[in-house]
Design a protein around this ligand. Structure first.
Ligand code: KIV
Ligand code: ZN
Length: 507
């Protein structure tokens, strides 16, 4: 390592987004990317541009707005992928292409059906091609931890010669033990002389299948890696990736052990974790290190006593340093727009006058239904405010009858953009089906419901539910999202939201 600085490469928007239930739309990805920049990450892997038009647009929008962080696009070692990645990131102030090709025999034989020689040739060709488009090029030998070391050194030497400035070493399937992974990094640095000669960055990318992603990443930096690829809340393929907050806080809390530093602004760790939870609806387990609800909660009397006498007896980090504010003002139905607006600003939202008015009305409606309105509720309202007016149809009223006797029936009134009311009543297999039948009868848009997901994003019995639907209309996919304290109402909003998106793009 050249100095004591460890680069933090965040892949929440790419590997993280690949985890079930964590997909985000373009606006959500942009919002998270801005927060990641505020957090101080060095690189944001914003997506896999060839994967879908939405991924491409998200990477391209993020590239256009970020000021400090490098913006990276992932590409297989294929010309079409690399070209797409470049097209998506070329507006970025600091663009980076990350290309990868597997090097383990198991991947070469069964997945790629390539010989070692062919893969080596392809990797070199594609790194050269990436370098002809973009100054910064990252190469990952996928499944490195299960690859033959001599072959790995050969590939890494060749891709560095071809122009890669960073070599990222993935433990793709989370198989390595910390000692082994640390040794792998040390061996790579020792046996690929070009790394030192050209000041190449050696990076780690560890998966958590055996719960060792953070330990392996740290073993990597102890042995000379100078970049960690990681994700907020540790989300990612299968059991996830190394968690950003854990690797960063290990390095910072145990300064004397690591003698290393990162550029992360630790006070932004908790707000970033919360924002991700709000966007995806995927909660963090309560006992999760650093950002879990219990990470700074002390239950045992002996511990409470110790904490009161001297905090360091049972706490190795200060919650304030992570942006965890323990004394929260709870907003309720008596709160005014000033307090509401202040809280929105604290949560990082900056709404215009129209959006603020819309959000405040929604807040009051919610405060009437819920005793306490939490930050998560407010963030949800803020992220959805101002959008209703752009929709072709909005929900005016909804009544559903269901239960063990009789047929589930929904009666619904929608208002179109000209202010005209449309009323319909339908029966269905269940309450949601009845609502969707009634909406279909008014809008007449033929569609197939591919996915229906309910998530609870705030806590308690009066939690807000977020429903996400995925519809197929004329061979294209449209996502819709709706929230409410009532699951059935949230389901209606989500369905209308997807149909409105179709109407906005096609009519
Ligand atoms: O896990 C992995 O190997 C990856 C690569 C694309 C770096 O995500
Ligand atoms: Zn991965």
């Amino acid at each position: 390592m050249l100095n004591d600085y460890v680069k933090i490469f965040d892949t929440t928007l790419r590997d993280g987004e690949q985890s079930p239930g964590c997909s985000m739309n373009i606006e959500e990805k942009v919002r998270l990317a801005k927060q990641l920049e505020k957090l101080g990450v060095d690189t944001i892997e914003a997506g896999f541009p060839i994967a879908s038009p939405d991924d491409f647009s998200a990477v391209s929008e993020i590239s256009a707005i970020l000021k400090n962080a490098e913006v990276c696009g992932l590409a297989r070692a294929l010309e079409k992928d690399i070209k797409k990645a470049w097209d998506a990131i070329k507006k970025a102030k600091k663009p980076r292409i990350h290309t990868f090709l597997a090097t383990s025999d198991i991947h070469l034989k069964y997945k790629l059906k390539m010989t070692r020689k062919e893969a080596l040739k392809q990797a070199v060709l594609m790194v050269k091609y990436a370098k002809s488009l973009c100054d910064r090029v990252d190469f990952s030998p996928e499944d490195a931890a299960r690859s033959d070391k001599l072959y790995l050194y050969e590939v890494l030497s060749a891709v560095i010669e071809a122009g890669a400035d960073t070599i990222n070493i993935p433990d793709t399937v989370g198989y390595a033990m910390p000692e082994e992974f640390g040794e792998l990094i040390a061996d790579i640095i020792k046996n690929v002389p070009l790394i030192k000669k050209k000041n190449i960055i050696v990076s780690t990318h560890c998966h958590n299948d055996l719960g060792l992603a953070v330990a392996n990443s740290l073993a990597g930096v102890i042995n000379g890696a100078s970049q960690i690829e990681c994700t907020i809340n540790g989300i990612g393929e299968r059991a996830g990736n190394a968690s950003l907050e854990e690797v960063v806080m290990a390095i910072s809390t145990r300064k004397g052990f690591f003698n290393l530093k990162t550029g992360i602004i630790t006070k932004e760790i908790y707000p970033t974790s919360k924002l991700l939870t709000q966007i995806t609806g995927v909660k963090v387990q309560p006992n999760k290190a650093i950002v879990g609800a219990n990470a700074f909660a002390h239950e045992a009397g002996i511990h409470q006593d110790g904490i009161l006498k001297q905090r360091e007896t049972y706490e190795i980090m200060k919650p304030e340093d992570l942006g965890i504010n323990k004394t929260k003002l709870i907003l309720g139905k008596h709160s005014g727009s000033h307090a509401f607006n202040d809280r929105l600003n604290e949560l990082g939202f900056n709404l215009n006058k129209e959006e603020l008015e819309d959000a405040f009305i929604k807040f009051k409606v919610l405060a009437d239904k819920k005793k306490n309105v939490y930050d998560e509720d407010i963030a949800l309202i803020a992220s959805e405010s101002g959008k209703v007016i752009k929709e072709t149809y909005i929900l005016k009223t909804l009544n559903v009858v269901c239960g063990t006797h009789g047929l589930p029936t929904a009666s619904i009134i929608l208002i179109d953009k000209d202010g005209k009311e449309h009323a319909e009543a339908k029966i269905g297999d269940g309450p949601v089906d009845a609502i969707y039948q009634a909406v279909n009868s008014i809008l007449g848009i033929k569609n197939k419901l591919l996915e229906f997901l309910i998530k609870e994003v705030t806590e308690g019995i009066d939690a807000q539910a977020v429903v996400t639907v995925k519809l197929e209309i004329e061979d294209k996919v449209y996502f819709g999202r709706g929230s409410s304290t009532d699951i059935v109402v949230a389901s209606a909003h989500a369905y209308l939201n997807a149909l409105n998106k179709y109407l906005a793009l096609n009519v």
